[in-house]
Design a protein around this ligand. Structure first.
Ligand SMILES: Nc1ncnc2c1ncn2[C@@H]1O[C@H](COP(=O)(O)OP(=O)(O)OP(=O)(O)O)[C@@H](O)[C@H]1O
Ligand SMILES: [Mg+2]
Length: 313
């Protein structure tokens, strides 16, 4: 059933829709949708009934919102911005009105630490190995965390030896995916059983990449792993895009970005890239996401742009 909430989410995911045109086609008073998007008006049943047939022509379907889209933020190279991207893309989506769960799937626990969670009593690895629910901690409006810490590393062998080991996270997330619009999984810097679990559980992945030689050399192995997973276990896994991170305004970075695009013509690259900025390190010391710490900073705006580019249907 179409609801005001789903209508607004659909419109946000289709920035190419002309709101005035929609209002005209649905015979709604002018600016109804503009005001609803700004939170100045609540769409009522009559608005919804008028909009439903029009939006269906533009691709609306109830299934679009039936369960969360699951996205792995993945690169086995360390320190490329996976955690930073998970947290700030997640927060940007939550600020846009979507319900977002961050799954910390790295025993370093950096995503959890960002929210002040150091020693979660129950963590993601317990949920996937023992028969307990995924722990879900609210961290802000529309924004939730499934935490991890070093204990996850101690249980890696248990996971390797478990029946159906590669699908454990997928099975667990499928039980809660109706509660969220997006589930973002922060992966560890390794091509191990945890990363495989994350990719098997996901509809798509984002690959943060620094435009530097060493970062580029290893990425081929990651793409090979993704193809293997697609071939054998999860044939709908999509690479949503390479995201260039920690980019400086230097010739070498420009050349490297052009080179990557030429090498991987078949893989999308996000138009927006994330610049190198010390404000990111400062926000992490302050244990805040960028939108709380420095909402007007360039990098906050870049992560908001990324969210817009990412959520476009
Ligand atoms: N755009 C940026 N500009 C400057 N520093 C950044 C940027 N993005 C991330 N960093 C810093 O780089 C370091 C690594 O970032 P982050 O933890 O997000 O990477 P990661 O890929 O998750 O690392 P790991 O592989 O260890 O999990 C952190 O200290 C972070 O503050
Ligand atoms: Mg990390």
């Amino acid at each position: 059933m179409i609801t005001p909430d789903k209508i607004l989410k659909f419109i946000k995911q289709k920035p190419a829709l002309n709101l005035s045109q929609l209002e005209k086609e649905a015979a709604l008073p002018k600016k109804t949708l503009h005001k609803a998007l700004q939170g100045l008006l609540t769409l009522n049943e009559k608005h919804c009934n008028l909009l439903e047939p029009i939006l269906r022509e533009y691709g609306y379907a109830d299934e679009l919102f039936a369960k969360a889209k699951i996205i792995a933020i993945v690169n086995h190279k360390g320190g490329v911005g996976k955690t930073t991207t998970t947290i700030n893309l997640g927060k940007a989506l939550a600020l846009a009105g979507f319900s977002v769960l961050l799954v910390d799937f790295d025993s370093q626990g950096n995503t959890s630490q960002c929210f002040g969670v150091y020693a979660p009593e129950v963590q993601v690895i317990d949920a996937i190995l023992d028969n307990v629910p995924v722990p879900i901690l609210p961290v802000a409006e529309n924004f939730y965390l499934a935490p991890s810490n070093i204990k996850m590393a101690y249980r890696e062998t248990d996971l390797v030896n478990a029946i159906g080991n590669e699908k454990r996270l997928r099975n667990k997330l499928s039980q809660i995916s109706e509660q969220f619009d997006y589930i973002l999984i922060d992966c560890p810097p390794a091509l191990n059983i945890f990363t495989t679990n994350a990719l098997v559980a996901s509809d798509m992945c984002i690959v943060p990449l620094q435009p530097e030689a060493y970062a580029f050399y290893g990425v081929e192995n990651l793409f090979n792993r993704i193809y293997e997973i697609r071939q054998h276990v999860n044939n709908t896994l999509q690479v949503k895009g390479i995201l260039f991170t920690m980019v400086s305004n230097t010739l070498v970075h420009k050349q490297m970005m052009t080179f990557v695009k030429e090498q991987y013509k078949h893989i999308p690259v996000f138009t927006i890239s994330i610049e190198r900025a010390t404000i990111i390190q400062q926000s992490q010391v302050a244990q805040q996401d960028l939108f709380s710490y420095a909402p007007k900073s360039n990098v906050a705006m870049q992560y908001m742009e990324l969210a817009k580019e990412f959520m476009t249907i």
